[in-house]
Design a protein. Structure first.
Length: 281
């Protein structure tokens, strides 16, 4: 069974962060080790979340315990998301280095590191402390196999406009590593661009009027699961974006305030006819 290390938020009543990613990975038979950076009752978008951030000493202790059981050597996927302090970011960076350095059996696949630089969003601006944002950009982004920002975060990291697919692709290439940028808009569509040195794809679908929180977390988990399944990047993108689009649609149909990830488990594994794939390069 593939194994994922998820370092992100635990939010009890909202389908966001590490808990949502663990739910999304389960249908793909990917086991998860979730190390929480915060323990909240609900997403802060609903109001005061309750709970508190996790002391970095507790995070480091959890990571030490995982490593002591030899599980870094078995980790196939690392996902990072929300951090409350710069010290937490540095602890995650050390864990990524340890996962990569852990001895593996001959022929074993290398771990895939997906960094979601959870910094802010359009209309809201930066919603982490400035030193946390700086630490994510300096300590985690360079360690990523894939960086997974939204369009606003990509613009903040690069200083380049990301208002349409052409601009977003240019900005993605400035990072100098594979990028999967979400919330890219064009006309009545919204989509996700994947770009590396060889190719670039846009997976687009009709834009919804609104969506529950956590779509970026779900996207990163589904894309990681598709890569673990051995899909090419274009097929991985199509399946991942399709899973997000159908989950948003289901939330609207059911008037669900949170993403219905568990209810949509079987659909997450299938391509969606609503997603339009376009090769950009």
């Amino acid at each position: 069974m593939p194994l994922a290390l998820v370092i992100s938020s635990h939010v009890a009543a909202s389908r966001v962060g590490g808990t949502a990613q663990a739910q999304a990975l389960a249908p793909f038979r990917i086991d998860t080790m979730v190390v929480p950076t915060v323990l909240y009752g609900r997403h802060p978008g609903w109001g005061a979340p309750g709970g508190a951030s996790v002391p970095v000493e507790a995070i480091e202790g959890m990571l030490d315990g995982i490593e002591a059981n030899g599980l870094f050597a078995q980790t196939d996927l690392v996902l990072t998301g929300y951090f409350a302090t710069a010290a937490q970011v540095r602890a995650a960076a050390r864990a990524i280095d340890a996962v990569r350095a852990a001895p593996r059996e001959t022929g074993a696949r290398k771990p895939i590191i997906i960094i979601d630089p959870t910094l802010g969003d359009a209309g809201k601006g930066l919603y982490v402390a400035a030193d946390v944002a700086e630490a994510v950009i300096s300590d985690l982004v360079p360690r990523a196999d894939i960086v997974a920002p939204n369009a606003w975060e990509l613009q903040r990291m690069t200083g380049a406009e990301t208002r349409d697919p052409t601009q977003a692709l240019h900005a993605a290439r400035l990072l100098g590593r594979p990028v999967m940028v979400s919330s890219v808009q064009r006309g009545g569509e919204i989509g996700v661009i994947y770009a590396d040195k060889k190719e670039a794809w846009l997976a687009a679908h009709p834009r919804a009027d609104s969506a529950p929180k956590g779509t970026g977390d779900l996207l990163s988990a589904l894309f990681g699961a598709a890569l673990i399944d051995g899909l090419t990047t274009s097929y991985a993108l199509a399946r991942a974006v399709g899973g997000v689009a159908e989950t948003i649609s289901a939330a609207q149909i059911w008037n669900a305030a949170e993403l219905p990830i568990v209810a949509m488990a079987q659909r997450l594994k299938a391509a969606s006819p609503t997603v339009r794939m376009e090769r950009l390069v």
